[in-house]
Design a protein around this ligand. Structure first.
Ligand SMILES: [Zn+2]
Length: 386
């Protein structure tokens, strides 16, 4: 297999182990240097510790709204996963390119960096821009600082293409996500005298029951969007911790749960419903012990994406990437934040499949990388013409 430019960039990117808990600065510096060699300047936006950064770069006329290629540089950990290959080295085998982040989403970033370098020698009428973020995998955290900057820029982008893996199909929507944490406080006691005190696990069960009742009512009579596999807002409890020994009434219980909402539903209104339920559970428990309570805090939230299919910007993409069916995705992306903060239309389109992401022996097909290169070459053609 011969090495295309994008493939060789991908090999470099995979070689930087940018697991979310680690720094991404070496990767960012590497991309900055590649762009600088083509005369493209980059702006870096650091996190509060200075160990991670977003990168934004633009090539073409400065006073015209551009097309942003957006990707996250962080990858999920490999801990506890049975990899048969070295995760942070690109391995080519049987038309597949293996390595952590190959599908999610360094394959796209490699093609995007390549397209930026190509664009630097073209006469663009509309600029091509690159936005790389950190800390996406823990709830689209890092990109928010980059959006602070873009929000006050004199010209906002025309379109943002988020290159999460869609097998190069065009997607215009995904659900929003709100991560929540509940702490239930009871009072310890001898289990033989359990009714004299408050069992924190029992409080937790009452809250989980409320979560399930809310889900049942939403699935029966809530809003629907049939473009999704699960066509309504979902609630789910992911973690439930508490208790020390069978003969001790537990005094504390911790619960992690989430809401994944369709555009029709306001997640904050649903959080309010659950907080009201927590108040009722608390009031009941405090008739037994005064310090008993259930507290809910919002850990993290990002908005859903629901780009109208009749947007000019969507037609613009379809003019060179004809897709009859436009998808909605089961997983979230940074795209919802681009729309919410900048009012920019967003499509999601990138190489590889989400079913190959976050797993041992993650891969992207070499043919997908080629398709992404071809897609971006057609985009460059449009940016010269438009
Ligand atoms: Zn991703």
């Amino acid at each position: 297999m011969s090495m295309t430019r994008s493939l060789s960039i991908l090999a470099d990117l995979i070689g930087h182990p940018t697991v979310t808990r680690q720094t991404n600065l070496a990767l960012i510096e590497h991309v900055r240097a590649m762009l600088a060699a083509q005369g493209i300047a980059s702006t870096l936006v650091f996190d509060e510790t200075g160990t991670k950064a977003n990168l934004f770069a633009s090539t073409g006329p400065a006073d015209v709204p551009g097309v942003v290629l957006s990707g996250h540089t962080d990858v999920v950990p490999v801990d506890g996963q049975a990899w048969s290959l070295e995760p942070f080295t690109l391995t080519q085998r049987d038309g597949r390119l293996y390595g952590r982040g190959s599908a999610d989403m360094k394959g796209f970033i490699a093609c995007a960096v390549h397209a930026m370098m190509e664009a630097s020698s073209l006469r663009l009428k509309r600029p091509l821009q690159l936005a790389l973020s950190y800390d996406e995998e823990i709830g689209c955290v890092g990109v928010r600082r980059l959006l602070d900057l873009l929000e006050v820029a004199p010209v906002r982008p025309y379109l943002c293409i988020v290159g999460e893996p869609t097998m190069m199909r065009l997607a215009t929507g995904h659900k929003g996500k709100t991560a929540l944490h509940a702490t239930c406080h009871g009072r310890e006691g001898h289990s033989a005298q359990a009714p004299f005190t408050v069992n924190a696990l029992h409080l937790g069960c009452d809250l989980v029951n409320e979560v399930r009742q809310l889900q049942a009512s939403i699935s029966r009579q809530g809003g629907r969007d049939e473009a999704y596999d699960v066509p309504y807002t979902t609630l789910h409890v992911g973690k439930f911790n508490g208790g020390v020994a069978l003969n001790i009434v537990p005094n504390r219980c911790e619960i992690d749960f989430e809401i994944r909402n369709i555009a029709h539903d306001d997640p904050h209104a649903l959080v309010d419903v659950l907080k009201a339920a927590a108040s009722r559970i608390t009031a009941q428990a405090q008739t037994v012990v005064p310090e008993a309570r259930v507290e809910i805090v919002e850990v993290n939230s990002y908005p859903g994406l629901d780009t109208s299919r009749t947007q000019d910007a969507v037609d613009f993409v379809r003019s060179f990437h004809p897709e009859d069916e436009v998808l909605k995705l089961a997983f979230g992306t940074e795209g919802g934040l681009f729309t919410a903060r900048l009012g920019v239309p967003v499509v999601v389109c990138g190489p590889g499949s989400i079913t190959q992401a976050h797993k041992p022996d993650e891969f992207v097909e070499a043919a997908q990388l080629d398709q992404c290169d071809a897609f971006l070459a057609k985009l460059l053609g449009q940016l010269q013409a438009s």
